[in-house]
Design a binder for this molecule. Structure first.
Ligand code: ARG
Length: 276
């Protein structure tokens, strides 16, 4: 079963005031807050028009990256159908205080909340752990924001199969910046983000692989697109070559502008959390 609810956070306090990744180098240079809010509202409308239920979490002052709701939590349905969520341990100090707000949200939603054990020092949820809900597989990236050892724990608590890959390129620091699960048949992948062996490992799980060059991916966050239903793909509007390939492969492409968020190292996939 695919999740039909979308959790988003208005970018009220969104800012680029620390260096958290390779994109956040030009602090505040040409960052437009008003434009960011408009872009976020457009993305929210796209989800609503796709018939998904969008809920928002209240933004908290000083938590400039809270808009990236892919990162604080990993909600899932257990094998016996119970709503559970694993909470993240953020790698960067500037984001650690986001997590308790998400914990409260899930408790109100009736979720069973799972905290990470001591020995797992960092894990940024759906930035790195991408779930195939139909096949019950977690594709898991590690190296920059997530520690490899979280995947044994996730395997145990979810009962899902886990497929681990080591991220090798600092511009693609979360798995969702270089791998997009479109449906159980098709994935979009930037091969340069992985070792040859890990790339092959990922491709074995799909009938169809659409590849994205490192250049296109870096400039447009193409692999950070989001396909909530196996057919419609929401993608940054600069990702022209990828949009063309997606259309050729039978997907309905919905382009949207995420320029202000790309300056912080994120695009479509980072700004939402699908939950049950
Ligand atoms: N500035 C944020 C950070 O560095 C961007 C997060 C992007 N999120 C994602 N799921 N890739 O943490």
């Amino acid at each position: 079963m695919l999740p039909l609810k979308v959790l988003m956070c208005e970018p009220k306090y969104f800012d680029i005031n620390y260096i958290g990744n390779e994109y956040m180098t030009n602090l505040n240079a040409d960052f437009d807050k008003h434009l960011a809010l408009n872009q976020w509202n457009s993305l929210k409308s796209i989800y609503e028009n796709l018939g998904l239920e969008v809920r928002t979490i209240t933004p908290a002052e000083n938590l400039v990256d809270m808009v990236f709701t892919a990162n604080q939590s990993l909600p899932f349905l257990s094998i016996d159908g119970v709503k559970k969520v694993v909470l993240s341990k953020m790698r960067n100090e500037q984001r650690k205080n986001e997590v308790p707000f998400f914990k409260d949200f899930y408790l109100k939603e009736g979720y069973e909340v799972i905290e990470l054990p001591e020995n797992i020092s960092y894990f940024e949820s759906m930035g790195d752990a991408i779930i195939d809900y139909n096949r019950k597989i977690i594709f898991g990236g590690f190296g920059y924001r997530t520690h490899e050892n979280v995947y044994d724990f996730l395997k145990e608590v979810t009962g899902y199969e886990t497929v681990k890959v080591n991220l090798m390129n600092k511009f693609f620091y979360h798995l969702d910046t270089c791998f997009s699960l479109l449906n159980s048949e098709t994935a979009l992948i930037c091969p340069e983000a992985f070792s040859g062996e890990d790339f092959k490992k990922l491709t074995q799980y799909f009938n169809e692989i659409i590849t994205v060059s490192a250049e296109e991916n870096k400039n447009s966050f193409a692999c950070n697109c989001h396909c909530p239903d196996g057919r419609n793909v929401v993608i940054e509007k600069k990702a022209n070559s990828t949009a063309f390939l997606l259309t050729e492969n039978g997907f309905n492409v919905i382009e949207t502008d995420t320029s202000e968020f790309m300056k912080s190292g994120g695009s479509v996939f980072c700004m939402k959390m699908m939950y049950f």
